[in-house]
Design a protein around this ligand. Structure first.
Ligand SMILES: Cc1cc2nc3c(=O)[nH]c(=O)nc-3n(C[C@H](O)[C@H](O)[C@H](O)COP(=O)(O)OP(=O)(O)OC[C@H]3O[C@@H](n4cnc5c(N)ncnc54)[C@H](O)[C@@H]3O)c2cc1C
Length: 389
């Protein structure tokens, strides 16, 4: 088998890259080790920057997003019992859109099927080979048969635990990491959201986030210890703890109901450098992870895909490798800005296990400054809605 770009991973990075390249006449094959249903069943991100909305439009998959997505002009920060609004639109002229990652994945999968591009699900033992040499190829097993795909380039879009980054010799890659001493316990419920916009809560008992996926579907998170087990959290216990962290008005408005998903996610900051190894590129979670506090994970995956698809189009159309040569530096420059913002939001809003009274007072002073200084609010808004590509 032969293709121009072999893509490993059918998450948002791989599917979006495949779609953008297909629309430019570049052939791709996607290899995914899970089933399509499994990929669609993963509940993850939901806040989309305008830049990513633009890319989805470019990929021809934004119709449902524009119909069903919820445009948010701002967000709320709650601390010391009161709520304060950061008005993104007034401060930056930009908004964000709430539309679930599962829906984006579904739209991209349907578009890929409609255009006849190939995705091989349940591909076992996928392995990128000879990406530093002249004949890159990907080997995998399917239905007991070993198969090889020859290609010009390999795109490693296979997430944090994927094989692409792990195939790079240790001497050619440098990893930067911070693991946070807490996790997020998340719940999805078929209940109307407590507020029209997201509420980020800094509370004595720990951080909480009121988010949503639609006008009838809510997503709530609680900061929890990494020693917690999801089985120990009945729905009633979750709602009781959330109520303790809400302000009075939100507590009164909260509609509770049975959870349809509940999970604990650890929080991590991680960057692998560089993002190019000969004829293999890393994109999305394969190269970097951010704690979800700044809603940047999915959006960073999209910005990598923007740079990478542009570089590959330039290579095939103009026979120029300039974009490819600059891919890693361009992507990493934006990645580190999002890493900084996500780390800042995380340290500002969470209760650190070792934090003293002094640390708590400093957090409140910084939050106070953020909601009372237009310059500070502007800096937050600019990063939240997404820095330009
Ligand atoms: C539990 C959780 C909650 C999150 N919540 C948020 C949030 O609220 N906001 C936010 O912005 N971001 C969030 N994120 C991050 C966001 O979901 C990711 O940044 C986004 O999924 C990145 O897309 P990706 O395509 O790069 O990677 P992934 O979505 O991880 O996709 C990688 C794909 O590669 C496949 N794969 C892996 N290994 C192999 C292999 N060896 N061979 C073939 N295929 C392979 C995987 O099955 C997967 O389909 C969350 C992430 C997690 C894990």
């Amino acid at each position: 088998m032969r293709t121009q770009v072999a893509i490993i991973g059918a998450g948002p990075s791989g599917l979006l890259l495949g779609q953008l390249l297909h629309r430019q006449g570049i052939e791709t094959v996607i290899l995914e080790n899970r089933s399509a249903d499994y990929v669609l069943g993963r509940i993850r991100a939901g806040v989309i920057e305008q830049g990513m909305v633009g890319l989805l439009e470019q990929a021809g998959v934004a119709e449902r997003l524009h119909k069903e997505g919820l445009v948010h002009d701002g967000t709320e920060l709650a601390f010391a019992g009161a709520r304060h609004r950061i008005d993104f639109k007034k401060l930056t002229g930009k908004t964000v859109t709430v539309y679930g990652q599962t829906e984006i994945t579904r739209d991209l999968m349907e578009a890929r099927t409609a255009c006849g591009a190939q995705t091989i699900y349940e591909a076992e033992d996928v392995m990128p080979l000879d990406f530093d040499g002249a004949k890159p190829h990907v080997r995998y097993r399917k239905d007991g048969k070993d198969i090889e795909i020859e290609c010009d380039f390999i795109a490693g879009c296979d997430g944090f635990h994927g094989v692409s980054r792990q195939s790079v010799p240790a001497t050619s890659i440098e990893n930067f990491e911070r693991v946070y001493p807490f996790g997020w316990l998340g719940i999805l419920s078929e209940t109307p959201p407590v507020s029209e916009e997201l509420i980020y809560i800094n509370h004595e008992r720990g951080f909480a986030l009121c988010s949503m996926r639609s006008p009838t579907r809510s997503r709530y998170y609680l900061q929890c210890s990494l020693a917690e087990h999801v089985e120990d959290w009945t729905d009633a216990r979750f709602w009781d703890e959330l109520k303790l962290r809400l302000d009075d008005q939100a507590r009164e408005r909260l509609v509770t109901g049975p959870s349809i998903e509940k999970s604990i996610a650890p929080l991590r900051s991680f960057v692998a450098e560089p993002m190019r190894f000969g004829r293999m590129f890393l994109a999305g979670d394969a190269a970097h992870i951010v704690p979800p506090t700044g809603a940047k994970g999915l959006n960073l995956a999209a910005s990598d895909v923007h740079y990478l698809s542009g570089a590959l189009v330039e290579f095939y159309r103009e026979k120029s490798s300039a974009g490819i040569d600059h891919y890693s530096a361009r992507a990493l420059s934006r990645v580190w800005k999002a890493e900084r913002f996500s780390w800042w939001m995380t340290t500002l809003l969470h209760r650190m296990p070792e934090s003293s009274g002094f640390d708590r007072r400093l957090q409140h002073a910084e939050l106070d400054y953020l909601v009372s200084s237009p310059a500070a609010a502007m800096a937050m808004a600019e990063n939240y809605v997404g820095l330009p590509y």
